[in-house]
Design a protein around this ligand. Structure first.
Ligand code: CTP
Ligand code: MG
Length: 220
């Protein structure tokens, strides 16, 4: 089957501060380029498409360097809209939708996702929750039992027709934080496979600092 990696990189990084985090330096390249390279290295990926913000062409060009990629797709005001813009430009059988803000993509996770996709419309990497979950505020609120809860990461793997239909059926009055919940809402089944802490999203400044120091350790 023909498989495309669709990387959404059109966000503005408000929680990180300091501009779109996906173009920040990381290791020998950038946050975005690290994610791209994982898919370039993976033998089963036939195409890579990147979705960027309308004012991000210059930062994108610097971040990807001389990597051989088709022109970027311009995204929208929300992640959901950026994915939809990307999906409109994808063809083939399968798509792996990935956040550029998750630069380290282990090949073993892609292996597990693509295997699960043989018998499901979608597959996502998950990890158990290890902290106590409770309502926040000035004082602590009620606890949500964490047993059975998981953290859902990307890449998320889908049969292309199924995720395109789920996006088309989604009520745009609601925002979705990922694509798997949209496929579920449309009645599709989403398999869970083991995720990886290396896939955790860079959201706050400390996340990028941690990723940089881990990379230094790996590169020594
Ligand atoms: N994203 C996107 N288009 C948007 C918003 C987000 O393509 N309109 C992408 C981001 O670039 C990121 C991924 O979706 O790779 C996950 O989003 P998030 O971590 O929330 O990134 P930002 O939206 O950039 O950060 P923030 O919410 O803190 O502003
Ligand atoms: Mg965001």
């Amino acid at each position: 089957p023909r498989t495309t990696a669709l990387i959404v990189a059109a966000g503005s990084g408000l929680r990180m501060g300091g501009g779109p985090k996906q173009y920040e330096p990381l290791g020998a390249s950038s946050v975005l380029a690290q994610a791209i390279d994982a898919f370039l290295r993976y033998p089963g990926i036939d195409a890579i498409r990147v979705v960027i913000g309308p004012d991000q062409h210059a930062a994108y060009a610097v971040a990807i360097g001389d990597r051989p990629l088709p022109p970027p797709i311009v995204g929208g005001a929300t992640r959901r809209e950026s994915v939809a813009a990307g999906l409109a430009a994808v063809s083939g059988d399968r798509v792996l939708i990935h956040d550029a803000a998750r630069p380290i993509v282990p090949a073993a996770v892609i292996d597990r996702l693509l295997t699960a996709l043989d018998s499901n419309d979608g597959a996502v990497p998950v990890l158990p929750v290890s902290d106590t979950l409770a309502a926040g505020g000035e004082t602590l609120g009620p606890v949500t039992p964490r047993a059975g809860l998981v953290r859902v990461q990307t890449p998320q793997a889908f049969r292309l027709a199924a995720i395109v239909a789920a996006h088309a059926a989604w009520d745009p009055a609601n925002e979705a934080t990922d694509d798997a919940q949209m496929l579920r809402a449309a009645g599709g089944t989403v398999a869970t496979v083991q995720g990886d802490p290396a896939l955790d999203k860079l959201t706050h400044p400390q996340d990028l600092a941690n990723a940089r120091s881990r990379m230094l350790v790996v590169r020594v």
